[in-house]
Write a protein that binds this ligand. Structure first.
Ligand code: ASP
Length: 304
């Protein structure tokens, strides 16, 4: 068995190729890294990697995480500039006993020590948008509609399982702001015995529910990936509603060791890409439509 799942339509091309790697006996780590790099390198995706939208001061600042579910080791980096492929940094840090969660300058120095390529992550397009919008910083920052953090969960034929995330965070975020994506248990979690999960959406809300760990815990107690995603998101949403807040914008994905996938969202539609022995394609769930279904051609063209 092998299987891979990634958030948003932007992950589809990488997920397709990564599924082929897995089919040919490649490792879950290589497959997840490949799928995420495809998004990081594409400047058309303005919420991840090269061409990501800047913070309030005009810096493209990235966060990333990686977890190996067989060793329960993780690596992550936050507030990182100029690292061409943040996911490679997170994966390199994964395996260390200490110093596996690094921030800012230290994370950048580690990338140099690992020999990872560095580059200016700003593009003309992202700086133009920053110039145009920085004067009217909204009071309440929101996640982008339809293409936010790239999260990938992969299971290979040898039973290895990983989770990875990469994001440039919220457009016009405060300098130093960090979301859920590099935070183990919130943005990602993976235990190869029970499953993997990852989240995208407003990091401040995702962290309040430690959502990825919660989803894996529910799978440990017998829930399917779809049930676990739904239950974890319903619980956090209901607690927020009790507190007079709305459900916010959060989407989650999960994968179990049998290769079953699941997702849940507070949005009308949340597309995700999945690839396995049955082929690869785009599926979607909605807040009132919890069962994953294929995405129609019309919906496909509407998704960024
Ligand atoms: N979760 C990310 C963050 O809060 C952004 C997103 O996925 O939309 O930084």
């Amino acid at each position: 068995m092998y299987q891979i799942i990634g958030t948003w339509k932007m992950s589809l091309d990488g997920i397709r190729e990564a599924a082929e790697l897995l089919r040919d006996g490649g490792s879950a780590g290589d497959a997840a890294e490949h799928a995420i790099i495809r998004v990081e390198d594409n400047p058309a995706y303005s919420s991840v990697g090269y061409g990501g939208l800047p913070d309030r001061d005009g810096h493209v600042v990235t966060d990333c995480g990686f977890m190996d579910g067989n060793s329960l080791r993780a690596g992550a980096a936050m507030s990182v500039e100029n690292v061409a492929n943040p996911i490679r940094l997170a994966r390199k840090l994964c395996g260390r006993e200490t110093n596996w969660l690094l921030a800012g300058r230290g994370a950048e120095q580690a990338a140099v020590t690992f020999g990872l390529p560095m580059k200016d992550m700003r593009t003309e397009a992202c700086m133009r948008k920053w110039q145009a919008e920085r004067a009217k910083i909204p009071e309440k920052l929101t996640a982008y509609t339809g293409h936010d953090t790239v999260c990938v969960l992969a299971l290979d034929q040898a039973g290895r399982m990983v989770a990875g995330t990469s994001t440039s965070g919220l457009f016009l975020k405060d300098p130093g702001r960090v979301g859920d994506s590099p935070v183990i248990g919130s943005g990602f979690y993976c235990d190869a015995r029970f499953g993997a999960a990852a989240a995208t959406g407003l990091g401040e809300d995702i962290m309040r529910g430690c959502l990825s760990y919660e989803i894996v815990s529910l799978m440990r107690r017998g829930a399917s990936p779809t049930e676990a995603c739904g239950e974890a998101l319903r619980f956090l949403s209901s607690r927020k509603l009790e507190l007079g807040e709305d459900a916010g914008s959060i989407s989650v994905i999960a994968l179990n060791p049998r290769g079953e996938t699941g997702a849940a969202t507070t949005l009308e539609i949340f597309p995700f890409a999945a690839g396995g022995p049955q082929g690869a394609g785009l599926q979607a769930v909605g807040k009132d439509a919890p069962q994953p279904r294929p995405v129609t051609e019309a919906e496909m063209s509407e998704q960024p």
